[in-house]
Design a protein around this ligand. Structure first.
Ligand code: BGC
Ligand code: BGC
Length: 663
């Protein structure tokens, strides 16, 4: 059970109606149990000391551990967090990455007394291998959701695997199969859609793309995938990050569980536990990291997952009775590998004591190590040569996927308005380009790009990239494109059209993304954008707005000042893909993207999901125009209605939120 319906070419189809399960299904994984692998694991395990076993379940961060320490402590895995690079060099070369990967690898294979157990290196390749200088950055998941093309997701994921191979890692912390239900959540864009059917089909194909179709892979040309964050991260009350999901078990399974069911069917070998709690009416479980029922009872026993469960960044520390470096309850609940970025030394010491005292039973430790070794054998890591000798290692062309990314950008754009067919522009058009995001790769790429929050980058950090501005210059010629960021200098009447590129600035979890008490009113969140539109609209030239954002916002005022309006999400490094649809080229492309998330009619519609009671969006899930559609959008109401009572809920905005000044 669990395998999605496939098209004749073998690609998962987005189902018209979601499968509903009355209980957690036993999923048939495409990577079956193999007795030869099992006996090899058992033989290895028998040679390991307790210290080697505890090292195996420990995952420090590369900024906090050296290869020598990997050897001395028999470390099983390392990760690089967002903004962690070899030598702390954002522009680290392929060779720099490979040298470090080789060093960790050498240390690990010589670190275990009897057994040779290579370390696994994991990285957040959530929209391409985006933490790496020189790598093509694909649209964030929300944009892919608009494309409604599972096969595209497989190709992007396969390209991402090659990017990761180029720099010598083994494991992508992707795909995110969250089903975000609340726009307050700053991680909304990491999910494909509010619609679990899309998540189901995409989760399946993302895993196939990353891991390939044939594990075990002794050559190691694919990478491990990780379905995250299990489970209910998109379901929290008030959209609070790391908050509490108060949903029934039925909703947890049939909405938020769909991506896990399909990822497991595709053979995903790792699952990351989520920071959130589940306090459903049926079961007040508390933090997922400490829930035996969710991790062991449901995921491993009922659904039959035999890979490894990794905890999230210090996630164990949020479990009652645990600390960042004391994880008995979490391990006993079913965490197999502990992401303990900094405090790994004391974690190892504490865990050794807890095993000795029996607080963590030896059988549980053995099971965790068994799962890790199984995954290392299946993925090929156990038998592969050192990272620099594996397929695609050091291969620059494996990092760059310009055509694919540009195709993905085109397919992700959703045309919301196109008054009297302003679009497409003729190749002879003279345009005025305005807006803070017209020439900003970092606004296009968003969070989880080179740095954690993605907001400390400049265009020079992206060697192979294009913005809407550079794309327009290529398409129309330099002399036909004038850039005036704030719209204060040029006179729109001198041009055939104004192109305004506006929207959100980068954010990732926790910090800027969570809206807290703010509404979805873009004119309050980003007043500079409306100011630009006020300067250029109504002066004779049609205004075409390209809106870059990680979620739909309430943009009635911005739409009113625009003749055409394009939702571009977070497109990544190929801004030229947007221009492909704005300008009529030889290769005539049309808008095919359809809303992956419902567009709000009011700034208070944080929770706006198709099929829910009272659903009343401005543009529904699935909406999107084509160039030949001549549907006009009437003037929209610009007066924000008062805040309804039921949107008041606990919210959290941290000091570094870009919205903090509005509080
Ligand atoms: C995030 C994960 C990520 C991990 C490692 C966590 O804070 O929630 O999505 O994989 O950090 O960077
Ligand atoms: C890391 C991220 C991680 C975050 C969690 C950051 O320092 O770079 O990868 O998710 O911390 O707090």
């Amino acid at each position: 059970m669990g395998t999605p319906e496939l098209d004749s070419d073998g690609t998962a189809r987005i189902p018209e109606t979601l499968p509903t399960y009355s209980d957690w299904p036993e999923v048939r994984s495409s990577v079956p149990r193999d007795e030869a692998v099992e006996s090899r694991v058992a033989a290895l395990l028998a040679t390991m000391s307790v210290a080697e076993k505890v090292g195996q379940i420990t995952q420090p961060e590369i900024r906090s551990i050296t290869p020598d320490e990997v050897r001395a402590f028999h470390i099983g895995s390392v990760l690089n967090g967002g903004g962690a690079w070899p030598g702390d060099d954002k522009h680290a070369s392929l060779q720099g990455w490979l040298d470090l990967a080789d060093a960790f690898w050498e240390a690990s294979v010589h670190g275990n007394a009897a057994a040779r157990i290579p370390v696994l290196w994991g990285s957040d390749a959530v929209h391409g291998h985006a933490n790496t200088y020189g790598a093509t950055v694909f649209p964030h998941n929300i944009g892919l959701g608009a494309a409604r093309e599972p096969e595209l997701v497989r190709r992007i994921s396969a390209a991402t695997a090659r990017q990761i191979r180029a720099t010598g890692q083994d494991w992508a912390f992707a795909p995110t199969v969250a089903v975000p239900q609340n726009y307050r959540w700053g991680r909304n864009y990491e999910g494909f859609s509010e619609d679990a059917s899309i998540v189901l089909a995409y989760g399946y194909e993302a895993v196939r793309g990353l891991q390939g179709d044939s594990l075990p892979d002794p050559v190691g040309s694919s990478v491990l995938a990780c379905a995250k964050h299990y489970i209910g991260d998109g379901a929290t009350d008030g959209g609070v990050d790391q908050g509490v999901a108060t949903v029934s078990e039925d909703v947890l399974r049939n909405v938020h569980g769909q991506g896990y069911i399909s990822a497991l069917a595709a053979g995903v070998q790792t699952v990351m536990a989520s920071f959130n709690s589940w306090n459903g009416p049926d079961a007040p479980e508390g933090k997922v990291h400490g829930s035996y029922r969710l991790l062991t009872g449901i995921l491993k026993e009922a659904m039959g997952f035999d890979g490894l469960v990794v905890s999230d960044w210090n996630g164990v520390g949020q479990v009652e009775g645990c600390a960042d470096d004391r994880a008995a309850q979490a391990i006993n609940a079913g965490i197999d590998m502990v992401m303990v970025p900094e405090d790994w030394r004391s974690f190892i010491a504490n865990t050794l004591k807890q095993v000795e005292s029996g607080e963590i039973p030896m059988s549980r430790l053995d099971d965790a190590v068994t799962r890790i070794l199984r995954v290392k054998i299946r993925s090929g890591v156990m038998d592969a040569p050192k990272p620099s000798r594996r397929p695609f290692a050091g291969d620059v062309s494996a990092l760059v996927h310009t055509h694919l990314a540009r195709e993905a950008v085109r397919k992700s754009l959703v045309l919301l308005k196109n008054r009297v067919n302003v679009l497409p522009l003729a190749p002879s058009a003279r345009v005025l380009v305005v807006g803070k995001s017209a020439d900003s790769v970092q606004n296009q790429t968003g969070g989880w790009t080179l740095t954690w929050q993605g907001n400390e980058n400049s265009n020079a950090d992206f060697p192979a990239s294009s913005t809407v501005l550079t794309g327009l210059r290529d398409a129309l010629g330099d002399s036909s494109v004038v850039f005036d960021e704030t719209g204060e200098s040029a006179n729109p009447a001198d041009f055939d059209a104004v192109i305004a590129v506006l929207g959100e600035i980068p954010y990732a979890e926790g910090f800027g993304g969570d809206l807290g008490d703010h509404s979805l009113d873009a004119s309050l969140l980003y007043p500079e954008d409306l100011a630009v539109l006020d300067r250029v609209s109504g002066l004779g030239a049609p205004v075409i707005t390209v809106y870059i954002s990680g979620r739909p916002l309430w943009v009635n005022s911005e739409i009113n000042r625009s003749d055409a309006f394009v939702a571009a999400w977070l497109p990544g490094t190929e801004g030229a893909g947007i221009v492909d649809l704005l300008v009529q080229g030889d290769n005539r492309h049309d808008f095919t993207g359809r809303l992956p998330n419902s567009w709000p009619r009011s700034p208070w519609q944080f929770e706006l999901n198709a099929g829910h009671a009272g659903y009343d969006p401005l543009f529904p899930l699935g909406y999107g125009l084509s160039l030949h559609d001549s549907i006009d959008v009437a003037l929209l109401d610009e007066a924000a209605p008062p805040r309804p009572h039921d949107t008041l809920s606990p919210a959290r905005v941290t000091d570094t939120s870009p919205f903090r000044n509005l509080a």
